[in-house]
Design a protein around this ligand. Structure first.
Ligand SMILES: Nc1ncnc2c1ncn2[C@@H]1O[C@H](COP(=O)(O)OP(=O)(O)OP(=O)(O)O)[C@@H](O)[C@H]1O
Ligand SMILES: [Mg+2]
Length: 358
C-alpha cells in the first residue's frame, strides 16, 4: 500500500472520530486498513448476515434501509460498518456526532441538507442534547421536523419535510440511550469482542495492506494481545512493524513480536498500562475494593469515561474485575495477575459469584 492510495477525503472526515492518540500518518493508515465492503469485514458473522439482509432488501425495494444502531466498545468496527452501509447502498455518508449537535437547530440544518436515500451517521449518539434528540425522534419516524421560529408566546413551528434517509447511530453506551430513541431503530447490532482467530485474520489482512512480512507465530502473538479489538490489533501491528524494521530484519516473527510488545508494555494477556494501573490501584490502594468508578479514575489519573468504556469492559470480560452495587472489586485472578496473593474475602466472593452463576 502507498500513502497516495489513501482516501484523503475520508481521512478528513474521520479526523475528529479516530482515536486521539493517532497522529496524521497513523490516522491515514487507520483509514486505509478499514474494510470497505461487508465481504471484507472479518468476524461479526451474525451482524454481517443480518445487516446484509437489511441492505439487500432495501436495495430490491429501491428504498432507504431502516435506521441502524451500532453499539459496542471502542474499536470494534462501528464507524467502519456505518461507512460500509453507505458504500453498499452507493449513497453519500453524512457524518456528525452527538456532542457536535448542541442545538436542535444544528440538527435541523443537517437534516434539511439531506438528499433522498442519504445515510446520516451520528457517532456517540448518546451524547446528543435533549432538544436535538426529540427532533431526531420525529425525523426518524415521520421524515419531518418542526423548526421553531421566534421565542415565547409568539413562537411558531414551521414543519419541514425531509427526504427519506437512513440514520446510523453509533454508541459505546447503548444503556444511556433513551427508550424512545432506541425503539426507533429498525435494526440494532451489538458488536462483540473478537476471537483470537478472527484478530489473526485481521492482522494478516492489515500486514498485507502495509506490506509487512509476518510469520504465523508473529501474527498469533499480536492477535492474542489485542484485547479482542481490531483497532488494537492494527495498532500493535504498526508498533511491531517499527521494531522489526529498526531492530531486526523487518520480518515479524514470534521473537520480534514478543520483544516489541514487551517494550510497549503490553503483557501476554493484552493488558496495557491503563488496565494494569486500574487493577494495581484497586488491589494495592483499596484492598481489592469495592471502589466507585470515579474514585478509581482519579486514582489512575484518567477520565472516568476512559476507565469505564475502554479498560473496564475488557477487564470484566476477562474476569479481573467485577461490578457490584457498591463499586468495582478485583477478583482473585486480578490479584494473581499482579503477582499478589488474593485475600480471603476475595476468594470467598469469587466462590459466591461462581455459585450464583450456577
Ligand atoms: N470486522 C473488522 N474487520 C477488519 N478490520 C476491522 C474490523 N472492525 C474494525 N476494524 C479495524 O479497526 C479499526 C477501528 O474500527 P472502527 O473505527 O470502526 O471502530 P469503532 O467501533 O467506530 O470505534 P470507536 O467507538 O472508538 O469510534 C478500523 O480502522 C478498521 O481498520
Ligand atoms: Mg468510531
Amino acid at each position: 500500500m502507498h500513502e497516495d492510495d489513501l482516501d484523503m477525503v475520508e481521512e478528513q472526515h474521520l479526523r475528529s472520530l479516530t482515536a486521539p492518540e493517532l497522529e496524521g500518518d497513523e490516522r491515514a493508515i487507520d483509514a486505509a486498513l478499514r474494510p470497505r465492503s461487508l465481504d471484507e469485514v472479518v468476524g461479526q458473522t451474525r451482524v454481517r448476515e443480518q445487516l446484509g439482509l437489511v441492505l439487500e432488501a432495501a436495495r430490491r425495494r429501491g428504498r432507504a434501509p431502516d435506521h441502524v444502531l451500532l453499539s459496542g466498545p471502542p474499536g470494534l468496527g462501528k464507524t467502519t460498518l456505518a461507512m460500509i452501509i453507505a458504500h453498499e447502498m452507493s449513497t453519500p455518508l453524512r457524518l456528525t456526532s452527538g456532542p457536535a449537535i448542541t442545538h436542535a437547530g444544528d440538527l435541523a440544518a443537517i437534516l434539511s441538507g439531506m438528499n433522498d436515500g442519504d445515510v446520516l451517521f451520528v457517532d456517540e449518539i448518546h451524547r446528543m442534547s435533549r432538544p436535538a434528540e426529540e427532533m431526531l425522534y420525529m425525523a426518524m419516524e415521520d421524515f419531518r421536523v418542526d423548526v421553531i421560529i421566534g421565542k415565547g408566546p409568539g413562537a411558531t413551528a414551521i414543519p419541514l419535510e425531509i427526504p427519506p434517509f437512513t440514520l446510523v447511530g453509533a454508541t459505546t453506551r447503548a444503556g444511556l440511550l433513551p427508550g424512545p430513541l432506541r425503539d426507533r431503530f429498525g435494526f440494532t447490532a451489538h458488536l462483540e469482542f473478537y476471537e483470537a482467530h478472527e484478530l489473526d485474520r485481521i492482522v494478516h489482512r492489515s500486514a498485507g495492506l502495509l506490506d509487512v512480512e509476518l510469520t504465523e507465530e508473529g501474527s498469533a502473538e499480536i492477535a492474542s494481545r489485542s484485547r479482542g479489538t481490531p483497532r488494537i490489533a492494527n495498532r500493535l501491528l504498526r508498533r511491531v512493524r517499527d521494531f522489526a524494521q529498526v531492530r531486526a530484519d523487518g520480518v515479524v516473527n514470534r521473537d520480534v513480536a514478543q520483544a516489541a510488545l514487551e517494550l510497549y508494555e503490553v503483557d501476554e494477556l493484552g493488558l496495557d498500562r491503563l488496565d494494569r494501573a486500574v487493577l494495581d490501584v484497586l488491589c494495592r490502594r483499596f484492598g481489592g475494593g469495592p471502589v466507585g468508578i470515579s474514585t478509581l479514575a482519579v486514582a489512575v489519573g484518567e477520565e472516568r469515561e476512559t476507565v469505564e468504556e475502554v479498560a473496564e469492559p475488557f477487564l470484566v470480560r476477562n474476569g479481573f474485575l467485577a461490578r457490584t452495587p457498591r463499586g468495582r472489586v478485583a477478583t482473585a485472578g486480578a490479584w494473581r495477575h499482579l503477582g499478589l496473593v488474593p485475600p480471603e474475602a476475595t476468594l470467598a466472593m469469587d466462590a459466591e459469584a461462581t455459585l450464583f452463576e450456577d
